[in-house]
Ligand binder design. Structure first.
Ligand code: ADP
Ligand code: MG
Length: 883
């Protein structure tokens, strides 16, 4: 807010900038214009009320390795192609105008690529007035009943506003009237048809809460910033014959002056540290039409300058400033209070920025290229300022914002540094050609939304009682009515007075004829007395009226006081309510914070519990798998146990049997050995005895019974020690069937062999018997022994019986038949023993069957016919060799 110099005033506390820590983000709106008739590809889609989506055009996609790119950008609001100017105005500019009327500053700018609709949005197109004419419409629609007379407010040249006294204002008005032949009543003026259809007062909005006890005045300025120079578009450039004409070409303006190149203006800072364009024309306007006409004049001038100076208009920024001055009426509610301190000036800047494209749209050559660079520079500075501001606000840093680097940013420094509402309409053209530039625009716009600007505070209420204007009106009306009642003429105060004077009796001729003239004086005296009487009557009447007025005033005063009391009471209540609201707001804030905190905690807890749940699941899973493994191992173990038990049982039984069998076999073997020895002895004995008798008898086969050695058993020997002498005398070969001695020792084991010798008429003996031999000519001995594989084998040793010379019997062995039984168990046991190697059975075997050597030694023992079973402790015994 632009304030005047502070002065001492008893009525009001000094104007201090109220501390304000409430901030609002820059309001960024997005407007999408319709696609041009020649454009085909649309790159923008409005996907919600606040979001648009950009699609990369086909050509670009191919360039970027076919990468398909879609980006979304969100704004405070997005306006699609069907949005009307009125809708846009209502959302975007209306609040700013309301603020302006309530003494708050505002800044609204349009940003975008050339051709995106910035000017269409800000100024409008024929038949479709933009934000600027609509803002003017709303301002005048709201304040026109309370406008001050022209020149009551007068801008000083230091960005301030003064209040002129009535006389000076009147003089200025008369001067203006004489200079221009403006008709007295502006409403009857013809509107320029060029822009007539851009103003639509019938559509105008009206602001609420306009202070009726204030007087208002609107001032407009219009500047252009080109190539970082500021030009005043409303400056009346008088014809200057000394200055050379620009380019030698003069273009006559409407007021028939030749074209003079504009002089650039400087930026200054006023005493309240607000930036302003020094010496800039501020035109006081009293209606929308007048204001827009002024704007249009500036616009024309701009166009002419651009043509004359060969400039590109899209590369300049145009700034239209609407200043609203307001000051309270005096206590009578009659005139504007003559107090500079009570003047409030608020301003709304409407900025149509230069096209944001990086290079000139049209061919930029030579100096124009340089200009283009500078224009870019100012938009670059704007971007940098926004960036730094955002960083400072977000990170709490205190970097210097380079406002001074360009005129645009420098001029609007106070909006970002101080207070006010800042809004931006980002205009976009959905055509494919603009895609890349539009992306940059979107990024800048999104960033801008993150910058916050201090919220403007409410204007303090002036110390006078409210309703002054209305009371003054009422009083004036009442006075007029009463004077009418009295029958007097009512055409103003001065006429009433002169007519009253006319109603006085006229004075008689006052020329005295001579010393004796005694008629003239008495007539004069009489007339004067009459006049005096009338005067007296008038004085009385006047006093009466004055008294009446006094009482009326007093009455009014009473009413006023009552109303004031009521108002102050209401104020008090309002204050209380405000406090309550504030408290509740604080409470809401606190609760919101708390709820956010709790939500955050819940979130964390949820996450933790999720992690724990996950842990639990994995652990449970692990537990289950371990349990399963355990179960499996247990069942394995049980199975193995039962198998082992079976094996142990089997082995035990087998070995018991085996042992028994071996013991028997050994016994048999020993008996056989004994028998053989016996037999040898017998044969030796026989030889000895035969040798004695042979000395007396020739040696021949003998059948003598008495010379039989005392005990002889026909036991076969594998190698008969005494070979029989051939040819020997056989007993009989023709005896029609041989007779056998079947010798089966009792130690023999019955093996249930199928192939048993079939010997009919055989004499069965269990021991060698001479008697049996003498009766037979054939002999068979069934001999059992343990074979090399440990099995019992049965041998049938056959022989022929011969009579010895001594009369005994001798057997000559002729044939050995072997019967052998094989047990499948031994083979399977062997196999099993190899199966149950340490690699398969593991620790379970480390009792008896630990190593191969031990088992071999056992096997060797068994093969050797050992009677030691596997149950015997063989471990650690050295391997025994087969004897
Ligand atoms: P800029 O100022 O951004 O360069 P303009 O406002 O001059 O662009 O717009 C270029 C053209 O597009 C103008 O002819 C204008 O009438 C048209 N245009 C822009 N926006 C719209 C819109 N929203 N609806 C219809 N026409 C539009
Ligand atoms: Mg434009």
């Amino acid at each position: 807010m632009i304030r005047q110099a502070k002065g001492k005033t008893p009525r009001r506390p000094p104007l201090k900038k109220p501390s304000n820590n409430q901030k609002d983000p820059v309001g960024v709106y997005c407007r999408v214009r319709p696609l041009g008739t020649e454009d085909e590809e649309c790159c923008i889609e409005v996907i919600s009320k606040t979001t648009i989506q950009l699609h990369a055009p086909d050509g670009l996609k191919a360039n970027r390795n076919g990468e398909f790119k879609e980006t979304q950008y969100s704004f405070k609001k997005v306006f699609g192609i069907k949005t009307t100017q009125r809708e846009l105005y209502e959302d975007v500019a209306k609040p700013l105008v309301e603020d302006l009327i309530h003494c708050k500053n505002g800044l609204l700018f349009t940003y975008g690529v050339t051709g995106s609709g910035k000017t269409h949005t800000m100024t409008g197109s024929p038949g479709q007035g933009g934000l600027l004419p609509r803002s003017l419409d709303m301002i005048f629609n709201s304040i026109s009943p309370y406008q001050a007379k022209r020149y009551v407010f007068k801008p000083d040249d230091k960005n301030g506003m003064e209040v002129q006294n009535q006389v000076d204002a009147l003089l200025d008005r008369q001067k203006r009237d004489s200079q221009t032949n403006v008709p007295k009543t502006p409403t009857t003026r013809r509107i320029d048809p060029e822009f007539a259809d851009m103003i639509s007062p019938e559509e105008a909005f009206r602001a609420d809460g306009v202070d009726e006890d204030s007087s208002y005045s609107v001032f407009v300025s219009y500047i252009e910033i080109y190539n970082n120079y500021i030009y005043d578009l409303l400056e009346e450039t008088p014809f200057d014959p000394i200055k050379p004409k620009w380019n030698g070409v003069g273009t006559p303006l409407r007021n028939n002056t030749e074209f003079i190149p504009p002089q650039s203006k400087l930026l200054r800072e006023d005493q309240n540290h607000n930036m302003y364009v020094a010496g800039c024309t501020e035109v006081e306007v009293k209606s929308t039409e007048e204001a827009f006409e002024v704007f249009w004049r500036g616009q024309k001038k701009r166009r002419i300058a651009n043509t004359q100076l060969n400039r590109e208009s899209s590369r300049s920024h145009s700034v239209f400033i609407i200043k609203l001055a307001q000051a309270p009426l005096d206590a009578d509610g009659d005139n504007v209070l003559q107090d500079k301190n009570q003047v409030n000036v608020s301003q709304l800047c409407l900025v149509d920025l230069a096209g944001s494209e990086r290079t000139s749209r049209t061919r930029a050559e030579g100096s124009r290229l340089r200009e283009a660079g500078n224009i870019n520079q100012s938009l670059m500075t704007l971007r940098t300022c926004i960036e730094v501001l955002r960083e400072n606000q977000m990170c709490g840093t205190n970097k210097m914002v380079p406002y001074r680097d360009s005129k645009v940013t420098h001029l609007f420094k106070n909006y970002f540094d101080g207070e006010g509402k800042v809004r931006m309409v980002v205009c976009v053209n959905p055509k494919a050609d603009d895609y890349e530039e539009t992306l940059l625009v979107m990024r800048f716009a999104e960033m801008t939304q993150e910058v916050e600007v201090a919220r403007p505070v409410d204007r303090p209420i002036c110390g006078f009682a409210a309703g002054r204007r209305q009371r003054n009106q009422v009083f004036k009306e009442e006075l007029t009515r009463r004077l009418e009642e009295r029958g007097g003429p009512v055409n103003g105060e001065s006429t009433t007075l002169s007519q009253l004077l006319l109603s006085f009796p006229s004075l008689p001729p006052c020329e005295i004829g001579g010393p004796n003239d005694d008629i003239t004086l008495p007539r004069l005296i009489e007339a004067l007395e009459k006049r005096h009487k009338i005067r007296q009557m008038m004085v009385d009447e006047y006093n009466k009226t004055a008294n009446m007025l006094k009482s009326m005033l007093q009455e009014q005063d009473g009413n006023l006081v009552a109303k004031e009391n009521f108002i102050s009471e209401q104020h008090g209540r309002l204050g209380e309510k405000d406090k309550m609201i504030q408290n509740q707001k604080n409470e809401i804030d606190r609760l919101e914070k708390k709820s956010k905190m709790l939500e955050y905690k819940i979130d964390i807890l949820q996450k933790t519990s999720n992690i724990h749940e996950e842990d639990k699941r994995t652990l449970q899973h692990e537990l289950e798998s371990r349990e399963q493994r355990l179960q499996r191992e247990l069942s394995d173990k049980r199975r193995m146990e039962s198998r082992m038990q079976g094996i142990v049982c089997d082995t035990k039984l087998k070995w018991e049997k085996e042992c028994e069998r071996r013991v028997n076999a050994k016994q048999l073997e020993m008996q056989n050995k004994l028998w053989v020895k016996d037999e040898k002895l017998k044969q030796l004995k026989a030889i000895v005895t035969e040798g004695k008798s042979e000395n007396r008898q020739p040696q021949r086969p003998s059948r003598e019974k008495d010379k039989v050695p005392p005990k002889r058993s026909a036991s076969p020997t594998p190698v008969p020690t005494v070979p029989p002498v051939r040819p020997l005398h056989r007993r009989s070969h023709s005896a029609g069937g041989e007779r056998w001695v079947d010798h089966k020792p009792t130690t023999n084991v019955d093996l249930d062999t199928l192939m048993q010798p079939n010997l009919p008429n055989a004499i069965k003996v269990t021991a060698a018997s001479e008697k049996a031999l003498s009766k037979c000519d054939k002999y068979v001995l069934t001999h059992q022994e343990v074979a090399s594989d440990g099995e019992i084998q049965t041998k049938l040793i056959k022989g022929e019986v011969f009579k010895t010379r001594g009369g005994g019997q001798s057997v000559q062995f002729t044939d050995i038949e072997t019967l052998k039984q094989e047990s499948p168990v031994s083979a399977s046991r062997k196999r099993r023993s190899s199966e149950s190697g340490p690699s398969h059975e593991g620790e379970r075997m480390d009792g008896d069957w630990t190593d191969v050597e031990t088992r071999c030694s056992v096997a060797v023992e068994m093969r050797a016919g050992s009677n030691l079973g596997p149950g015997y402790q063989h471990h650690g015994y050295p391997k025994r060799k087969k004897p």
